[in-house]
Design a protein around this ligand. Structure first.
Ligand code: GLN
Length: 253
C-alpha cells in the first residue's frame, strides 16, 4: 500500500487566527497522525516570498480575521489569486473560516464602508453595517451533509459581514445567525470547498468534518481514503452537552 502523505498550505497563520482558528490545522495534523498519515504544513505569510507550489498542495487553509487584518493582507492575497485559482481548479481542498471565507468571494465591504476586493473565486459577496455594534455573535449549530449523511456542526460566530449570493450553502442554521442575521443558511460549500463563519476552532468541535477534509484530500490523490476510528469520546460528550444546551432553547427555528 502506498504511503499516505498530504500537504497543507496555511495562509497568513499569524494574521488570520481569530479565536484560535490555527487550531484547525492542529486538529488535522493530529487526526492524520493517528491514522499514520503524514501532514506536511507550509505557510504563506504576508510580504514574504514563498516557494510553496500551491497546486502541489492537498489542502489550502485560511482562518478568520478582523476588518483591520483583512485590509492589511488584501493586496498580498490578490497577488496569490492565480495560484489559488489554479489550485482550486485542480481540486485542492479549500477550507476557509469567516474573514477568509469573505475574501474568496467577490468583495467584502467592511464596517468602515471600505470595499476590499475578493479573489472572485465564488459568486457571493459580503457587506457589513457601518454600525460597528451590529454584529452576529454567539454559538451556532448548522446541519450539513457529509458523504450523504446529516451532520450537525457546532461553532461560534462573530461577524459584522452579511454574505449574500450563496448558491450552495454549507448548511441549514438550527440555532444562531449564519450568512445573514437570523438567516436560514450558513457558509458555502462544494465537494472540496468548505467556507464557514464557524470558529471554535471548527474542527475540534466537529471531528467528522475534519475526517471529511482528510478523506477527500486522500481520495483526490488516489490514496486509500478510509480512516480508522479514533477515540472521540470527549468530543462526543462535549457535543452532546452543547446540543442539549443550544438546541432545546431554540427548538422553534
Ligand atoms: N471582519 C469580518 C467581519 O466582521 C470577519 C470577522 C471574523 O473573521 N470573525 O465580518
Amino acid at each position: 500500500m502506498s504511503e499516505r502523505k498530504l500537504k497543507l498550505l496555511h495562509m497568513y497563520p499569524d494574521v488570520l487566527d481569530l479565536y484560535g482558528d490555527s487550531g484547525n490545522v492542529e486538529v488535522l495534523k493530529y487526526r492524520c497522525k493517528m491514522r499514520g498519515i503524514e501532514l506536511e504544513v507550509s505557510k504563506h505569510q504576508m510580504n514574504r516570498p514563498d516557494s510553496a507550489d500551491f497546486s502541489d498542495m492537498d489542502i489550502i487553509y485560511l482562518g478568520g480575521g478582523a476588518d483591520y487584518e483583512q485590509q492589511l493582507l488584501a493586496e498580498d492575497l490578490m497577488g496569490c489569486k492565480d495560484r489559488i485559482k489554479a489550485a482550486y481548479d485542480s481540486g485542492v481542498f479549500l477550507l476557509m473560516i469567516c474573514g477568509g471565507y469573505q475574501l474568496l468571494g467577490q468583495y467584502y465591504k467592511d464596517s468602515n464602508g471600505e470595499r476590499i476586493p475578493g479573489l472572485g473565486l465564488f459568486d457571493y459577496h459580503t457587506e457589513a453595517s457601518t454600525n460597528k455594534r451590529d454584529r452576529c455573535i454567539g454559538n451556532i449549530v448548522v446541519e450539513t451533509s457529509l458523504l450523504g449523511k446529516p451532520y450537525r456542526v457546532i461553532g461560534f460566530e462573530n461577524h459584522g459581514g452579511q454574505t449574500t449570493g450563496v448558491k450552495t450553502p454549507f448548511g441549514k442554521v438550527l440555532c444562531g445567525n449564519g450568512n445573514v442575521r437570523s438567516g436560514e443558511t450558513e457558509g458555502y460549500c462544494e465537494e472540496r470547498v468548505i467556507a464557514t463563519y464557524l470558529h471554535g476552532p471548527l474542527l475540534s468541535k466537529n471531528p467528522s468534518l475534519a475526517d471529511y477534509v482528510i478523506s477527500k484530500a486522500l481520495e483526490r490523490k488516489g490514496l486509500d481514503s478510509t480512516l480508522c476510528e479514533i477515540n472521540d469520546s470527549l468530543e462526543k460528550a462535549c457535543r452532546k452537552e452543547l446540543f442539549s444546551r443550544l438546541l432545546t432553547v431554540k427548538a422553534s427555528k
